[in-house]
Design a protein around this ligand. Structure first.
Ligand SMILES: [Zn+2]
Length: 485
C-alpha cells in the first residue's frame, strides 16, 4: 500500500512537472512569437509573396504637362491604375531635397539635405549638384533612405541615377546601383531605354530585386532652358510618354505586370521666369542699406531661394535693410519661417532666408542665370506641383484621386513593400485609398501605433498566457493537495 502510494505520488509529480514544463514552453513560444516581437512582415501578404516596386521620377514634370500634349501612354497608365490630380512636393522645391523627402518621408528641415548645393560657411567652399552627390556626410545625417531600410529587413534594393544613390548611409549603400558619370546627357532617349533595359531585364528579372528607384533628368532641363510653355518642353513630354510606353511593354515582356507596382512622379514643377523689362528684378546689391560687406557667407543666384549668414552683430541690420525692400521678396529670420513650409529647424539653414514670389529670382550683384523656367518656389504655387501616376497589382484601376503630399509617398512605399518604416512625417491614410482593399486584416499602415492586426494578436497572446497560468496553478494546487494527503 505504502509502496503503491509512493508510486502514485511519484507519477503524479512527474505528470505535473511535465505539465509545468509544457506550460512554460507554451508561454515561451508566445513570448518569442513573431506576432508580438518582430516588426511587421509582408503587410499585403495573404500567404503569397509581396509585390515588387519601381519608383520613377521624371525631374520637373509639372502636374499639368499632359494637358497640352497628346500622351496616350500616360493616359493608358491612368486607366489601368491611379492618377492623382497633383502631388505637392516638400519645400524647398528643388531636386536633391525633394527626392530625399521621397526616399525618407521626412520634411527637408528634418532630413537635412536642404539644398542641391553643399557649402561650408567657414571656408566659403561650395559644391554644385553633381559633386554634392559624393559628400556622404551631407546625405547621411540621421535619416535612412528606403533602400537601406528595405535591405535591413531582408529585401533587395537598387537605384539608377536617383539623387542620393552615390552616398553611404550608416556604412551601407544601396545594394545595386548606377551613378551617372559627370556631364551625363540626361536627355538622350536611347540612353533612357538602355537604363530601363538594365532595371527591368537585369535588376528585376534576373537579379530579382524587390525595389528600384529610377531617375530621369527631364523635362526639368528643357523646362529651364526654354520655359514650361515652350514647344521644346511639349516635345520632351512626348518623349517621356513614349518612355512610359516602353517601360510598360518591358514589364509585360518579362511577365512582371502582375508582380510589379510602378509609381511615377516628379520632385517639383516649373514656372516661367519674369525678366527685366517685364518686371523689376530682385537684385540685392541695388537695395539701399544692404551691403555685402555685412555678409560672411551667401547662397544666392540659385533660383528663388537665397540664404545669408551676416557677420557677427550684423543680422538685425541686414534683416531690416532687406525686409520690405521688394514687393515680391519675402525676408525671414530662419526661426520666423512659416511653419507650413517645414524649412526652419535644421542647423544647416542660414539665419536669413529669402524667398521670391513665383516668376522672380533672387540675384546677388546682377543676374547671372538666364533660365526661362525655374522652380524652388513656395510649394503652394500651382506651378510647383508634380504629376503622379501609379499602376500595378496593388493599385486600383481607373481611379482619379485628389492631391496628396509627396511626404506621404514614403509610408505608401513601405506599406507596399511590407517593411517597417523609419520615423517619418507622412501619413499612409492619405494615400491608402489608391490601393486595392486588402482581402485579409493583415497590414502595417506605416503610421506608428495604428496597427490593429498587431493589437489583436497581442491580445490573443495575453489571453492564452493567462489560461496557461491558470492551468499551471490548478495543477500545482492538486499536486500540493496530493502531497499532503
Ligand atoms: Zn531644375
Amino acid at each position: 500500500m505504502a509502496a503503491n502510494q509512493k508510486k502514485s505520488r511519484f507519477s503524479l509529480k512527474t505528470r505535473s512537472l511535465a505539465m509545468l514544463l509544457l506550460g512554460l514552453a507554451v508561454l515561451g513560444l508566445i513570448a518569442s512569437s513573431p506576432c508580438t516581437a518582430a516588426p511587421v512582415q509582408d503587410s499585403l501578404s495573404t500567404g503569397s509573396t509581396r509585390n515588387k516596386l519601381l519608383l520613377i521620377s521624371f525631374d520637373g514634370f509639372r502636374w499639368d504637362y499632359d494637358r497640352d500634349v497628346e500622351t496616350p501612354n500616360l493616359d493608358k497608365m491612368a486607366w489601368d491604375g491611379v492618377k492623382a490630380l497633383y502631388a505637392t512636393p516638400a519645400f524647398l522645391t528643388i531636386t536633391s531635397p525633394s527626392h530625399f523627402t521621397m526616399l525618407t518621408g521626412r520634411y527637408i528641415e528634418n532630413h537635412g539635405v536642404i539644398h542641391n548645393m553643399w557649402f561650408n560657411t567657414t571656408t566659403q567652399e561650395k559644391k554644385q549638384y553633381y559633386m554634392t552627390q559624393f559628400v556622404d556626410s551631407y546625405w547621411d545625417n540621421g535619416s535612412l533612405p528606403i533602400w537601406i531600410t528595405a535591405q535591413r529587413q531582408g529585401l533587395k534594393a537598387g537605384s539608377l541615377h536617383f539623387p542620393g544613390t552615390a552616398a553611404t548611409y550608416q556604412g551601407e549603400t544601396v545594394m545595386v546601383r548606377q551613378v551617372e558619370p559627370h556631364f551625363y546627357d540626361h536627355s538622350n532617349e536611347s540612353e533612357w531605354r538602355l537604363n530601363i533595359d538594365e532595371v527591368i531585364d537585369e535588376w528585376f528579372h534576373q537579379q530579382d530585386l524587390d525595389f528600384v528607384s529610377l531617375y530621369f533628368g527631364e523635362p526639368d532641363l528643357i523646362g529651364h532652358t526654354y520655359g514650361p510653355d515652350s514647344p521644346e518642353r511639349k516635345e520632351m513630354v512626348r518623349q517621356v510618354d513614349r518612355t512610359v510606353g516602353y517601360i510598360r511593354d518591358k514589364i509585360q515582356d518579362h511577365g512582371l505586370t502582375d508582380r510589379l507596382n510602378v509609381i511615377m512622379t516628379a520632385d517639383h514643377g516649373m514656372t516661367t521666369v519674369l525678366r527685366s523689362g517685364q518686371v523689376e528684378e530682385i537684385i540685392l546689391s541695388k537695395i539701399p542699406g544692404f551691403s555685402f560687406k555685412d555678409i560672411q557667407f551667401q547662397l544666392l543666384d540659385y533660383g528663388p531661394l537665397g540664404m545669408l549668414l551676416p557677420k557677427e552683430g550684423m543680422l538685425e541690420k541686414v534683416y531690416q535693410a532687406l525686409k520690405g525692400s521688394h514687393p515680391h521678396l519675402h525676408v525671414y529670420k530662419k526661426e520666423d519661417m512659416p511653419e507650413r513650409l517645414h524649412y526652419s529647424k535644421h542647423p544647416r539653414l542660414l539665419p536669413i532666408i529669402l524667398i521670391a514670389d513665383p516668376g522672380y529670382i533672387v540675384n546677388g550683384f546682377f543676374p547671372v542665370h538666364f533660365n526661362k523656367g525655374e522652380h524652388g518656389f513656395d510649394n503652394e504655387a500651382m506651378d510647383m506641383k508634380a504629376f503622379f501616376r501609379a499602376v500595378g497589382p496593388d493599385f486600383q484601376s481607373d481611379l482619379m484621386v485628389g492631391p496628396f503630399d509627396l511626404v506621404d509617398l514614403y509610408p505608401l512605399m513601405c506599406h507596399l513593400l511590407g517593411i517597417k518604416p523609419e520615423i517619418h512625417d507622412g501619413h499612409l491614410n492619405k494615400s491608402k485609398d489608391m490601393l486595392v482593399p486588402p482581402t485579409t486584416t493583415g497590414g502595417n499602415d506605416g503610421d506608428p501605433g495604428k496597427n490593429t492586426h498587431m493589437e489583436v494578436l497581442i491580445g490573443l497572446s495575453a489571453v492564452m498566457g493567462f489560461l496557461v497560468l491558470v492551468f499551471i496553478i490548478t495543477i500545482s494546487y492538486h499536486v500540493c493537495k496530493g502531497n499532503k494527503a
